[in-house]
Write a protein that binds this ligand. Structure first.
Ligand code: URA
Length: 204
């Protein structure tokens, strides 16, 4: 199901500019060896989707399947993220999806501060190239890392924040939703706020 929101999301002429800017960031990242995660990775997981997207989803770090395929959110949590995007009237190709960290931490542990520090300049430049209207921060790690805030996700979710002038909606991570289906309702409320903003309606 594609709604008028999807149509509003194509920024047309800007697409090539963002595309080139993103490609430049990817080129500079190269065969990155700036932190220890490079030793265990199969693929760098840079990001995927529409370079002109108004809506960007940010997760934590690649897991097993993402490392194997070189694409974010392709495992079980990714399947749920796809359903969430579909429920918003969008397709995966309408939005851009990336992670705070581009290489899989061993055993899916939380990324460490030095890994975050090495990756952050590329995240900043990706977001500058994308110029999204809205960022959805998926889960505690992404929200805390992006917003430099140690508040738990249960408290942070559902309230608009700002990152470099861009509106950020923190919400639950799809992997958390798979373990805690009761959290799907509040997450859907958060995504409805995002949809209203994309339609140009002002939300609290
Ligand atoms: N979890 C994340 O945070 N990112 C992915 O790409 C996959 C799972």
């Amino acid at each position: 199901m594609r709604t008028e929101i999807a149509a509003m999301m194509a920024k047309g002429a800007e697409q090539n500019i963002s595309h080139d800017a993103l490609r430049q960031v990817r080129d500079e990242l190269g065969d990155c060896q700036r932190c220890k995660l490079h030793t265990g990775r199969i693929n760098i997981v840079f990001g995927v989707g529409n370079p002109a997207a108004e809506l960007v989803f940010i997760g934590e770090a690649p897991g097993f399947h993402e490392d194997k395929q070189g694409e974010p959110f392709v495992g079980k949590a990714g399947g749920l993220l796809d359903k969430m995007i579909d429920a918003m009237g969008l397709a995966r190709s309408d939005v851009y999806i990336l992670n705070i960290i581009k290489c899989r931490p061993p055993g899916n542990r939380d990324p460490e501060p030095d890994e975050m520090a090495a990756c952050e300049p590329f995240l900043i430049r990706q977001l500058a190239a994308l110029e999204p209207k809205i960022i959805v921060a998926l889960g505690r790690y992404a929200a805390q890392a992006l917003l430099r805030d140690t508040t738990g996700i249960t408290k942070m979710r559902g309230k608009w924040r700002t990152y470099q002038g861009v509106r950020v909606m923190p919400t639950f991570h799809p992997a958390y939703l798979l373990r805690n289906p009761a959290a799907k309702r509040p997450c859907w409320n958060d995504l409805q706020l995002v949809m209203a903003e994309l339609r140009g309606e002002s939300t609290p």
